[in-house]
Design a protein around this ligand. Structure first.
Ligand code: PLP
Length: 391
């Protein structure tokens, strides 16, 4: 197969052609600054507001509750750091406490680490061996922290694809009057989200994970939450996020948001079929392998495995020589051979965790590609285990 086979959609997705096309005029024709008063600038402003309305509609939110950012990392930093600011401003002399999970993305974990250095408290809720938050223990943990101001639990995990019981976690947060934030970077555009039903107060999303361009995302902030600004400067985004807006990026994200929601059901059905077919072949035909994550509560596109006795990093490099892009864990943390923090948190032994390979599908993948990938992976693993077969 001469064509590259792309199976790393959790790292990033191709920008949808419709999104790229919609962006073009905002680069070279309507390049006006949306903050200006003349009509030329108004064209950009109107395009931003259209995208805001579309995105709000997909979440059952209001347009004024959507704030554009540079992506998931910024949205996560904003939500956490400013929720702490809000608490400390309204509770003088008291230090805030955050409740989160040990399987979050580093945008959350490293923000927590920073807040810890500044004197905040952080607790990590227990997850089961599939990565789901254990609700009974979470409730207990919440009760033990009267000073808790924020609960932040990701909607779906970027490494193992586990979907969290967000509605029930939201209910717990509401009962204890905690602000509830969810990092929905892997979920938004792939599964339906309802911020009212799930009691979500803040939600992070990133365009490049659902067919939009890179470097743009948003933070949903429920209107009752008076979250302070994180980036200071001009009056953009209702004085909450300063800086001239990424107009083409926002336009592209709006189109991708609309189309990903329209196509979600059909695409998920196709992707899930291919994912299950590939996973079945791998589990049947390769010895000493486990599928990580949850069988039922799982993103349709995620097939993540641990192969005993190999390193995922080397496997991903060998797969690359065969024209196949897969990941050895989270794309954002490659370059280190430490066990993935997610696999450690779900209790995976190092002997297995070292052999983590993440395969994440997209709507453009085919069954023929799945067969090719299964064959190549079989050979790569056998080669690495010294079975002597050659690629
Ligand atoms: N949160 C999760 C769950 C992610 O998977 C990622 C990226 O992989 C991010 C946050 C960061 O998003 P961005 O790449 O837009 O900064």
């Amino acid at each position: 197969m001469s064509k590259m086979i792309y199976l790393d959609h959790a790292a990033t997705t191709r920008t949808m052609p419709e999104a790229a096309k919609a962006m073009e005029p905002y680069l070279d024709i309507y390049y006006g600054n949306p903050s200006t008063i003349y009509e030329f600038g108004e064209k950009s402003r109107k395009a931003i507001e259209r995208a805001r309305e579309v995105i709000a509609g997909t979440l059952h939110a209001r347009p004024e509750e959507i704030f554009f950012t540079s992506g998931g990392t910024e949205s996560d930093n904003w939500a956490l750091k400013e929720a702490v600011q809000l608490y400390e401003r309204t509770h003088p002399g008291r230090k805030a406490h955050i409740l989160t999970t040990p399987i979050e993305h580093h945008a959350i974990l490293n923000s927590c680490e920073e807040l810890l250095q500044m004197g905040c408290g952080v607790s990590y809720l227990k997850v089961d061996e599939s990565g789901r938050v254990i609700l009974r223990e979470a409730e207990q943990e919440i009760l033990e922290h009267e000073d808790a101001c924020l609960l932040s639990v990701m909607y779906a995990n970027n490494e193992i694809g586990t979907i969290e019981p967000i509605d029930e976690i939201g209910r717990l947060a509401k009962k204890r009057q905690l602000i509830f934030h969810t990092d929905a970077v892997q979920a938004y555009g792939h599964i339906p989200i309802h911020v009212q039903r799930d009691h979500i107060d803040m939600l992070s999303a990133s365009a490049h994970k659902f067919g939009g361009p890179k470097g743009v995302g948003f933070l949903y902030i429920r209107s009752e939450i008076n979250l302070p600004a994180f980036v200071h400067g001009g009056a953009q985004e209702s004085n909450r996020r300063a800086g001239t807006e990424n107009v083409p990026g926002i336009v592209g994200m709006g189109v991708a948001a609309e189309l990903s929601h329209k196509r979600m059901r059909m695409e998920n059905r196709k992707i899930k079929y291919l994912r299950d077919y590939l996973a079945h072949r791998i589990l049947q035909e390769i010895p000493d392998v486990v599928l990580t994550g949850n069988a039922k509560f799982r993103l349709s596109n995620n097939a993540s495995f641990c192969f005993r006795g190999i390193t995922g990093e080397a496997a991903a490099i060998l797969m690359d020589t065969q024209g196949i892009c897969v990941s050895s864990g989270s794309a954002c943390s490659t370059g280190s051979l430490e066990d993935s923090h997610v696999l450690t948190a779900v209790g995976m032994e190092s002997e297995w965790a070292q052999g983590a390979v993440r395969i994440t599908l997209g709507a453009e993948n085919t069954k023929e590609e799945m067969d090719y990938v299964a064959e190549k992976l079989k050979m790569v693993v056998a080669d690495m285990r010294g079975a002597g077969r050659s690629l």
